[in-house]
Design a protein around this ligand. Sequence first.
Ligand SMILES: N[C@@H](CCC(=O)N[C@@H](CS)C(=O)NCC(=O)O)C(=O)O
Length: 221
Amino acid sequence: MTPTLTAFERSPDGGKGLARDTRIRWALEEVGQPYEVRLVSFGAMKEPAHLALHPFGQIPTYEEGDLALFETGAIVFHIAERHAGLLPPASGGDANARARAITWMFAALNTVEPPILELETARLLEGDRSWSAQRLPLVEERIRNRLGQLSARLGNADWLDGGFSAGDLMMVSVLLRLKSSGILDGYPNLAAYVARGEARPAYKRAFDAQLAVFTGKPPTA
Ligand SMILES: N[C@@H](CCC(=O)N[C@@H](CS)C(=O)NCC(=O)O)C(=O)O
């Protein structure tokens, strides 16, 4: 059954791939699962039909038969469970490696993404407040602390734990949000890690597909 995602009709990032449907597109591209996309406006996201799929009125959602999911972590995990390629196999493989890859998914979403989102809030929503200039360096410092720790763990490895996994997919997706800030440049191994993720053919297909929504031009094969 072909799954259907929801994505912004008009992404605020202008197609830079930061809207979270890109993570889901990437996961589906990695496992070779075709998908459909239903575009939603900001207004429609807060209407009952969409709220029935996503209680917080956000994108992305994921529908597959009678299953409807929200939250990118849950959706990528679902895809990784149903298809080979994003997690080490549960049986006949290294169960511990699978558990560690899942741990990295949680680490990306629960430990690394929050301070990065805080920076976006501080810049975009609080930039005009009188205390903004004092707050920004504190928020950036919290990000640098996390990146320092992550950089130390990654070291010279290509991926966080052996081969590429859903944990890397999620971590790269989260770190990508920092690209325009320049903060990532202070951590060359993390910048290279993100570049490795972006260089994956599946990521490129996902990126091109979300960009095509913005440009109106179909992605080139
Ligand atoms: N924790 C959620 C976050 C979802 C989220 O923040 N989606 C954004 C787009 S990337 C959104 O819909 N923003 C519009 C809004 O919150 O009204 C996830 O990972 O799926």
